[in-house]
Ligand binder design. Structure first.
Ligand SMILES: [Zn+2]
Length: 195
């Protein structure tokens, strides 16, 4: 990538060419390959980073820190939010964190807290929690969990009524990441479906 419009701020003569390389980053005794974005002057060969590249570098390093900390990646959080078909603002209404929180999480501008990460992981595995919370906050989920017969997991959406047995006769299937868990709800409830 090149940007022929930018003149080198060091020598004032050359043009800056955007590029990137892989560097070995360290964090908490762990190392990983992390991209580094910068520009090189074609005259003095100075390497500089503009504000856009500085932001890219910060995001790349935050993504690495999330891996080390075992936190959901920005991409995974976006996937979760999009699975439910809600906006970033609606996600903040449901999960908290403030209006711009999800933009920051998804872009790796910040690391979500451990409690937030735990909550989001629960939201992946237990969509009923998300549904309840969405109703409370007046958010309409554009996509809702699919309940299927155990054994036909992922193939046959059904409308299911849970009895009071809590016998986990059904498996709950979540298309997001293909997670599934046994149903353990003992209330009687009709789950409407949409995919
Ligand atoms: Zn230069």
């Amino acid at each position: 990538m090149t940007n022929m419009n930018e003149t080198c701020p060091i020598c004032g003569e050359g043009k800056l060419h955007e590029t990137n390389k892989i560097r070995i980053a360290s964090y908490k005794d762990q190392t990983d390959e992390v991209p580094l974005y910068f520009s090189v002057c074609d005259v003095c060969e100075s390497e500089t980073a503009n504000s856009k590249q500085t932001r890219q570098n910060k995001r790349a390093f935050n993504a690495f820190k999330k891996r080390v900390e075992g936190l959901l990646s920005g991409e995974e959080i976006k996937e979760l939010r999009e699975y439910y078909g809600i906006s970033q603002k609606e996600a903040a209404l449901i999960f908290g964190g403030g209006e711009v929180a999800f933009s920051k999480y998804e872009n790796d501008d910040v690391l979500q807290s451990e409690p937030m990460d735990t909550l989001l992981r629960a939201a992946i595995r237990f969509p009923l929690m998300v549904e309840d919370r969405a109703v409370e906050k007046g958010v309409v989920l554009k996509q809702r969990p699919i309940w299927v017969d155990k054994g036909t997991r992922g193939t046959k959406p059904i409308i299911h009524s849970f009895g009071g047995q809590n016998e986990a006769n059904e498996a709950y299937y979540h298309p997001f990441k293909g997670n599934s868990c046994e149903a353990e709800y003992d209330n009687t409830e009709i789950i409407g479906l949409s995919a």
